[in-house]
Design a protein around this ligand. Structure first.
Ligand code: UDP
Ligand code: MG
Length: 139
């Protein structure tokens, strides 16, 4: 995957609350092109692998429960400087610290249930995109 791509998930809370359309509209309006997208649900094993870096953190069990409790929207997004610009668009991990107008400020309920994921590096964007999509699902 090229370095102008990032990976996102609209997490179960955002899907449950009916925010898919509003969040995708904001992503598109911010200049990101959707090059892969699906509604899917992670198994426990999927979530444990995807968030493996956090496996020793106290919130890991809750994180896996949360991320597997319902469907998510997984997508790969393309834009110049995609990883950094998307992290700016979503805002801080804790919505209480997120800037006004960011997706987490607008749609996240708490530090744990924070509506949206964004890759934190080009390498992780490629790994996370490939975790969810086959080559022929990426455009
Ligand atoms: N998380 C949590 N408690 C914490 C930190 C993180 O429940 O104290 C959850 C939250 O859903 C977050 C995810 O774990 O989005 C991954 O954490 P990370 O620090 O990677 O934050 P992100 O990269 O998503 O901003
Ligand atoms: Mg992270």
């Amino acid at each position: 995957m090229a370095t102008n791509r990032t990976f996102t998930m609209l997490k179960p809370d955002a899907v449950e609350k009916g925010h898919i359309g509003a969040i995708l509209e904001k992503i598109s309006a911010s200049g990101f092109k959707i090059v892969a997208m699906k509604l899917t649900r992670m198994t426990k094993a999927d979530a444990e692998t995807f968030y493996g870096i956090h496996k020793d953190r106290p919130f890991f069990g809750e994180l896996v429960e949360y991320m597997t409790r319902g469907p998510i929207v997984a997508a790969i997004l393309e834009k110049d400087n995609a990883v950094e610009d998307f992290r700016t668009l979503i805002g801080a991990t804790n919505p209480a610290d997120a800037a006004e107008g960011t997706i987490r400020k607008m749609y996240a309920a708490s530090l744990g249930e924070n509506a949206v994921h964004g890759s934190d590096s080009d390498d992780n964007a490629a790994i996370e995109g490939a975790f969810h999509f086959s080559g022929r699902e990426m455009f």
